[in-house]
Write a protein that binds this ligand. Structure first.
Ligand code: ASP
Length: 324
Protein backbone atom coordinates (compact mmCIF):
# COMPACT_ATOMS: atom_id res chain seq x y z
CA UNK A 1 0.00 0.00 0.00
CA UNK A 2 1.32 3.44 -0.90
CA UNK A 3 0.66 6.10 1.73
CA UNK A 4 0.46 9.71 0.60
CA UNK A 5 2.21 12.18 2.93
CA UNK A 6 -0.25 14.90 3.96
CA UNK A 7 1.81 17.67 2.39
CA UNK A 8 2.53 15.75 -0.84
CA UNK A 9 -0.84 16.44 -2.44
CA UNK A 10 -4.58 16.41 -1.97
CA UNK A 11 -5.90 13.90 0.56
CA UNK A 12 -8.18 12.43 -2.06
CA UNK A 13 -9.11 12.93 -5.70
CA UNK A 14 -11.80 11.75 -8.10
CA UNK A 15 -11.94 12.05 -11.90
CA UNK A 16 -14.81 10.91 -14.11
CA UNK A 17 -15.70 10.77 -17.81
CA UNK A 18 -18.89 10.26 -19.75
CA UNK A 19 -17.40 9.36 -23.15
CA UNK A 20 -15.31 11.11 -25.79
CA UNK A 21 -15.61 11.82 -29.50
CA UNK A 22 -17.02 14.25 -32.02
CA UNK A 23 -19.34 16.56 -30.10
CA UNK A 24 -20.65 19.20 -32.51
CA UNK A 25 -21.61 22.53 -30.97
CA UNK A 26 -24.63 22.56 -33.30
CA UNK A 27 -25.91 19.25 -31.93
CA UNK A 28 -25.48 20.23 -28.30
CA UNK A 29 -28.07 22.81 -27.25
CA UNK A 30 -27.43 24.91 -24.15
CA UNK A 31 -30.13 22.92 -22.40
CA UNK A 32 -28.55 19.57 -23.27
CA UNK A 33 -25.08 20.78 -22.30
CA UNK A 34 -26.46 21.89 -18.93
CA UNK A 35 -27.98 18.45 -18.44
CA UNK A 36 -24.61 16.79 -19.17
CA UNK A 37 -22.82 19.09 -16.72
CA UNK A 38 -25.46 18.38 -14.06
CA UNK A 39 -25.13 14.61 -14.60
CA UNK A 40 -21.35 14.80 -14.29
CA UNK A 41 -21.60 16.95 -11.15
CA UNK A 42 -24.05 14.52 -9.53
CA UNK A 43 -21.66 11.61 -10.18
CA UNK A 44 -18.69 13.56 -8.82
CA UNK A 45 -20.64 14.46 -5.70
CA UNK A 46 -21.63 10.81 -5.15
CA UNK A 47 -18.00 9.69 -5.28
CA UNK A 48 -16.59 12.67 -3.41
CA UNK A 49 -18.95 11.99 -0.50
CA UNK A 50 -17.48 8.50 -0.13
CA UNK A 51 -13.89 9.78 -0.20
CA UNK A 52 -14.57 12.65 2.23
CA UNK A 53 -15.82 10.07 4.74
CA UNK A 54 -12.55 8.15 4.43
CA UNK A 55 -14.30 5.57 2.27
CA UNK A 56 -12.35 3.50 -0.24
CA UNK A 57 -11.40 4.55 -3.75
CA UNK A 58 -13.14 1.35 -4.86
CA UNK A 59 -16.46 2.45 -3.32
CA UNK A 60 -16.05 5.96 -4.71
CA UNK A 61 -15.55 4.84 -8.32
CA UNK A 62 -18.40 2.33 -8.00
CA UNK A 63 -20.82 5.02 -6.77
CA UNK A 64 -19.71 7.60 -9.35
CA UNK A 65 -20.10 5.13 -12.23
CA UNK A 66 -23.45 3.85 -10.91
CA UNK A 67 -24.73 7.46 -10.90
CA UNK A 68 -23.70 7.86 -14.55
CA UNK A 69 -25.27 4.49 -15.44
CA UNK A 70 -28.56 5.65 -13.90
CA UNK A 71 -28.56 8.74 -16.14
CA UNK A 72 -29.96 7.94 -19.62
CA UNK A 73 -27.84 10.71 -21.20
CA UNK A 74 -24.77 8.49 -20.97
CA UNK A 75 -24.14 5.27 -22.90
CA UNK A 76 -24.01 2.86 -19.95
CA UNK A 77 -26.72 1.09 -17.96
CA UNK A 78 -30.00 2.96 -18.56
CA UNK A 79 -29.81 4.55 -22.04
CA UNK A 80 -27.22 2.15 -23.47
CA UNK A 81 -26.91 1.88 -27.26
CA UNK A 82 -28.23 -1.02 -29.38
CA UNK A 83 -26.41 -3.71 -31.35
CA UNK A 84 -27.20 -4.23 -35.04
CA UNK A 85 -29.68 -6.86 -33.86
CA UNK A 86 -31.55 -4.29 -31.75
CA UNK A 87 -30.38 -5.61 -28.38
CA UNK A 88 -28.33 -3.99 -25.64
CA UNK A 89 -25.10 -5.70 -24.62
CA UNK A 90 -23.26 -3.92 -21.82
CA UNK A 91 -19.68 -4.21 -20.59
CA UNK A 92 -18.24 -3.03 -17.25
CA UNK A 93 -15.18 -3.46 -15.04
CA UNK A 94 -13.71 -2.47 -11.68
CA UNK A 95 -10.17 -2.76 -10.38
CA UNK A 96 -8.73 -2.25 -6.90
CA UNK A 97 -5.16 -0.89 -6.90
CA UNK A 98 -4.52 -2.23 -3.39
CA UNK A 99 -4.05 -5.81 -4.50
CA UNK A 100 -4.82 -5.85 -8.22
CA UNK A 101 -8.14 -7.61 -7.70
CA UNK A 102 -10.51 -7.01 -10.60
CA UNK A 103 -13.94 -7.99 -11.88
CA UNK A 104 -15.74 -7.47 -15.17
CA UNK A 105 -18.85 -8.44 -17.11
CA UNK A 106 -19.34 -8.42 -20.87
CA UNK A 107 -22.39 -8.56 -23.14
CA UNK A 108 -24.94 -8.37 -20.32
CA UNK A 109 -28.47 -6.98 -20.28
CA UNK A 110 -30.34 -7.08 -16.98
CA UNK A 111 -28.19 -5.85 -14.08
CA UNK A 112 -29.44 -2.37 -13.18
CA UNK A 113 -25.85 -1.25 -12.66
CA UNK A 114 -23.33 -3.25 -14.70
CA UNK A 115 -20.56 -1.77 -12.51
CA UNK A 116 -22.10 -3.47 -9.48
CA UNK A 117 -22.26 -6.72 -11.46
CA UNK A 118 -18.52 -6.33 -12.20
CA UNK A 119 -17.88 -5.72 -8.53
CA UNK A 120 -19.83 -8.87 -7.61
CA UNK A 121 -17.63 -10.87 -10.01
CA UNK A 122 -14.56 -9.41 -8.28
CA UNK A 123 -15.78 -10.03 -4.76
CA UNK A 124 -17.82 -13.22 -5.01
CA UNK A 125 -16.29 -15.34 -7.77
CA UNK A 126 -12.90 -16.75 -8.67
CA UNK A 127 -13.26 -15.24 -12.17
CA UNK A 128 -12.09 -11.85 -13.44
CA UNK A 129 -14.36 -11.60 -16.51
CA UNK A 130 -17.77 -13.24 -16.96
CA UNK A 131 -19.79 -12.93 -20.19
CA UNK A 132 -23.32 -13.51 -21.43
CA UNK A 133 -25.74 -15.92 -19.78
CA UNK A 134 -23.19 -17.27 -17.31
CA UNK A 135 -22.58 -13.74 -16.06
CA UNK A 136 -26.32 -13.16 -15.66
CA UNK A 137 -26.84 -16.43 -13.79
CA UNK A 138 -23.96 -15.57 -11.47
CA UNK A 139 -25.25 -12.03 -10.86
CA UNK A 140 -28.73 -13.25 -9.98
CA UNK A 141 -27.31 -15.77 -7.52
CA UNK A 142 -25.07 -13.04 -6.04
CA UNK A 143 -28.09 -10.79 -5.39
CA UNK A 144 -27.25 -8.08 -7.96
CA UNK A 145 -30.33 -5.89 -8.68
CA UNK A 146 -31.96 -6.51 -12.10
CA UNK A 147 -34.34 -4.44 -14.23
CA UNK A 148 -36.60 -5.40 -17.16
CA UNK A 149 -35.43 -4.48 -20.69
CA UNK A 150 -37.86 -1.56 -20.78
CA UNK A 151 -35.92 0.16 -17.98
CA UNK A 152 -32.82 0.46 -20.19
CA UNK A 153 -34.64 1.49 -23.41
CA UNK A 154 -34.35 5.04 -24.70
CA UNK A 155 -36.05 6.46 -27.75
CA UNK A 156 -32.92 8.42 -28.65
CA UNK A 157 -30.70 5.31 -28.84
CA UNK A 158 -33.32 3.37 -30.78
CA UNK A 159 -33.59 6.22 -33.30
CA UNK A 160 -29.77 6.31 -33.57
CA UNK A 161 -29.74 2.61 -34.44
CA UNK A 162 -32.46 2.97 -37.09
CA UNK A 163 -30.52 5.87 -38.64
CA UNK A 164 -27.32 3.86 -38.66
CA UNK A 165 -28.99 0.77 -40.19
CA UNK A 166 -30.54 2.99 -42.90
CA UNK A 167 -27.14 4.56 -43.57
CA UNK A 168 -25.51 1.14 -43.91
CA UNK A 169 -28.12 -0.10 -46.36
CA UNK A 170 -27.88 3.13 -48.40
CA UNK A 171 -24.07 3.09 -48.23
CA UNK A 172 -23.82 6.78 -47.19
CA UNK A 173 -20.96 8.44 -45.30
CA UNK A 174 -20.78 8.06 -41.53
CA UNK A 175 -21.27 11.64 -40.31
CA UNK A 176 -22.90 10.92 -36.97
CA UNK A 177 -22.14 12.84 -33.81
CA UNK A 178 -20.25 10.48 -31.54
CA UNK A 179 -22.87 10.79 -28.82
CA UNK A 180 -25.10 8.77 -31.23
CA UNK A 181 -22.34 6.39 -32.18
CA UNK A 182 -20.71 5.32 -28.92
CA UNK A 183 -19.76 6.48 -25.41
CA UNK A 184 -18.67 5.14 -22.07
CA UNK A 185 -18.58 6.24 -18.45
CA UNK A 186 -15.71 5.83 -16.03
CA UNK A 187 -14.15 6.96 -12.77
CA UNK A 188 -10.73 6.83 -11.12
CA UNK A 189 -9.95 7.76 -7.52
CA UNK A 190 -7.29 8.16 -4.85
CA UNK A 191 -8.59 7.74 -1.30
CA UNK A 192 -7.34 9.08 2.04
CA UNK A 193 -5.51 5.78 2.71
CA UNK A 194 -3.50 6.28 -0.50
CA UNK A 195 -5.27 3.56 -2.47
CA UNK A 196 -6.21 3.81 -6.16
CA UNK A 197 -9.20 2.30 -8.01
CA UNK A 198 -10.82 2.46 -11.45
CA UNK A 199 -14.25 1.59 -12.87
CA UNK A 200 -15.63 1.77 -16.43
CA UNK A 201 -19.03 0.91 -17.95
CA UNK A 202 -20.44 1.07 -21.49
CA UNK A 203 -23.12 0.04 -23.92
CA UNK A 204 -20.40 -0.06 -26.60
CA UNK A 205 -20.96 1.15 -30.16
CA UNK A 206 -24.34 1.79 -31.85
CA UNK A 207 -25.00 -0.99 -34.36
CA UNK A 208 -22.09 -3.11 -33.11
CA UNK A 209 -21.92 -6.73 -34.13
CA UNK A 210 -23.70 -8.92 -31.56
CA UNK A 211 -21.04 -10.42 -29.31
CA UNK A 212 -18.53 -7.63 -29.94
CA UNK A 213 -16.75 -6.64 -26.72
CA UNK A 214 -14.77 -3.40 -26.43
CA UNK A 215 -11.90 -2.30 -24.21
CA UNK A 216 -14.03 -1.39 -21.18
CA UNK A 217 -14.12 -4.83 -19.48
CA UNK A 218 -10.63 -5.80 -20.66
CA UNK A 219 -8.44 -5.32 -17.59
CA UNK A 220 -5.27 -3.50 -18.65
CA UNK A 221 -6.95 -1.89 -21.69
CA UNK A 222 -9.97 0.27 -20.76
CA UNK A 223 -9.61 -0.19 -17.01
CA UNK A 224 -6.52 -0.42 -14.78
CA UNK A 225 -5.57 0.43 -11.16
CA UNK A 226 -2.19 -0.09 -9.55
CA UNK A 227 -1.17 1.45 -6.22
CA UNK A 228 2.11 3.31 -6.52
CA UNK A 229 1.47 3.99 -10.23
CA UNK A 230 -1.98 5.11 -11.39
CA UNK A 231 -5.62 4.30 -12.02
CA UNK A 232 -6.96 4.67 -15.59
CA UNK A 233 -10.37 4.55 -17.31
CA UNK A 234 -10.53 4.95 -21.09
CA UNK A 235 -13.11 5.80 -23.74
CA UNK A 236 -12.90 5.71 -27.51
CA UNK A 237 -12.23 3.26 -30.32
CA UNK A 238 -12.19 0.16 -28.13
CA UNK A 239 -10.33 -2.19 -30.49
CA UNK A 240 -7.32 0.15 -30.67
CA UNK A 241 -7.23 0.68 -26.89
CA UNK A 242 -7.20 -3.11 -26.49
CA UNK A 243 -4.33 -3.56 -28.95
CA UNK A 244 -2.28 -0.98 -27.05
CA UNK A 245 -3.07 -2.35 -23.57
CA UNK A 246 -3.77 1.31 -22.80
CA UNK A 247 -4.28 1.38 -19.04
CA UNK A 248 -1.49 -1.04 -18.23
CA UNK A 249 0.87 0.68 -20.65
CA UNK A 250 0.47 4.01 -18.82
CA UNK A 251 1.19 2.37 -15.45
CA UNK A 252 4.19 0.49 -16.88
CA UNK A 253 5.68 3.70 -18.30
CA UNK A 254 5.46 5.19 -14.80
CA UNK A 255 6.67 2.12 -12.89
CA UNK A 256 9.45 1.05 -15.26
CA UNK A 257 10.27 4.26 -17.09
CA UNK A 258 9.84 6.76 -14.28
CA UNK A 259 7.50 8.87 -16.40
CA UNK A 260 5.11 11.34 -14.82
CA UNK A 261 1.40 10.59 -15.13
CA UNK A 262 0.67 13.38 -17.63
CA UNK A 263 3.60 12.36 -19.86
CA UNK A 264 2.70 8.66 -19.85
CA UNK A 265 -1.02 9.28 -20.44
CA UNK A 266 -0.43 11.72 -23.32
CA UNK A 267 2.14 9.42 -24.96
CA UNK A 268 -0.16 6.39 -24.91
CA UNK A 269 -3.11 8.37 -26.26
CA UNK A 270 -0.86 9.72 -29.05
CA UNK A 271 0.23 6.17 -29.96
CA UNK A 272 -3.41 5.10 -30.05
CA UNK A 273 -4.24 8.06 -32.31
CA UNK A 274 -1.34 7.06 -34.57
CA UNK A 275 -2.92 3.61 -34.88
CA UNK A 276 -6.23 5.16 -35.93
CA UNK A 277 -7.99 5.19 -32.56
CA UNK A 278 -9.50 8.29 -31.04
CA UNK A 279 -11.03 9.07 -27.68
CA UNK A 280 -9.68 10.02 -24.30
CA UNK A 281 -8.88 8.76 -20.86
CA UNK A 282 -8.84 9.83 -17.24
CA UNK A 283 -6.11 8.97 -14.76
CA UNK A 284 -4.95 9.73 -11.23
CA UNK A 285 -1.66 8.84 -9.58
CA UNK A 286 -0.62 8.02 -6.02
CA UNK A 287 0.14 11.68 -5.25
CA UNK A 288 -3.26 12.89 -6.46
CA UNK A 289 -2.09 14.27 -9.80
CA UNK A 290 -4.77 13.91 -12.44
CA UNK A 291 -4.67 13.71 -16.25
CA UNK A 292 -7.58 13.91 -18.70
CA UNK A 293 -6.06 13.81 -22.21
CA UNK A 294 -8.46 13.83 -25.19
CA UNK A 295 -7.61 13.13 -28.83
CA UNK A 296 -11.07 13.87 -30.18
CA UNK A 297 -13.21 16.96 -30.22
CA UNK A 298 -14.47 16.53 -26.70
CA UNK A 299 -14.91 14.34 -23.66
CA UNK A 300 -17.61 14.70 -21.03
CA UNK A 301 -15.46 14.86 -17.92
CA UNK A 302 -15.08 16.18 -14.39
CA UNK A 303 -12.71 16.46 -11.46
CA UNK A 304 -13.11 16.81 -7.69
CA UNK A 305 -9.91 17.34 -5.73
CA UNK A 306 -10.32 16.94 -1.98
CA UNK A 307 -13.41 18.78 -0.80
CA UNK A 308 -13.06 21.31 -3.63
CA UNK A 309 -16.09 22.13 -5.79
CA UNK A 310 -16.57 19.60 -8.62
CA UNK A 311 -15.51 21.00 -12.02
CA UNK A 312 -16.83 19.71 -15.34
CA UNK A 313 -16.06 20.21 -19.03
CA UNK A 314 -17.15 18.93 -22.45
CA UNK A 315 -14.98 20.32 -25.27
CA UNK A 316 -11.30 19.40 -25.58
CA UNK A 317 -10.06 22.98 -25.34
CA UNK A 318 -11.83 23.68 -22.03
CA UNK A 319 -9.34 23.84 -19.16
CA UNK A 320 -9.82 21.82 -15.98
CA UNK A 321 -6.85 22.87 -13.86
CA UNK A 322 -4.75 19.72 -13.48
CA UNK A 323 -1.92 19.04 -11.06
CA UNK A 324 0.79 16.94 -12.67
N1 ASP B 1 -14.60 2.19 -25.73
C1 ASP B 1 -16.00 1.85 -25.91
C2 ASP B 1 -16.08 0.57 -26.69
O1 ASP B 1 -15.26 0.35 -27.57
C3 ASP B 1 -16.77 2.91 -26.63
C4 ASP B 1 -16.52 4.32 -26.18
O2 ASP B 1 -15.80 4.54 -25.22
O3 ASP B 1 -17.09 5.23 -26.75
O4 ASP B 1 -16.98 -0.18 -26.46
Amino acid sequence: MTAVPAEAGPRFALVIHGGAGTIRQAGLTAELAAAYHAGLRAALTAGQRVLADDGSALDAVTEAVAALEDNPLFNAGRGAVFTSAGRMEMDAAVMDGRDGSAGAVAGVLGPRNPVRAARAVMEHSAAVLLAGQGALDFCRAAGVAFEPQSYFYSERRWAALQKELDRRSAGGPDDRDDADRHGTVGAVALDTAGNLAAATSTGGMTGKMPGRIGDTPVIGAGTWAENGACAVSATGTGEVFIRHGAGHEIAARMRLGGQRLATAAAAVLAEIAHSGGDGGLIAVDAAGNVALPVSSQGMYRGVAIGNGAPRTAIYAEEELAERS
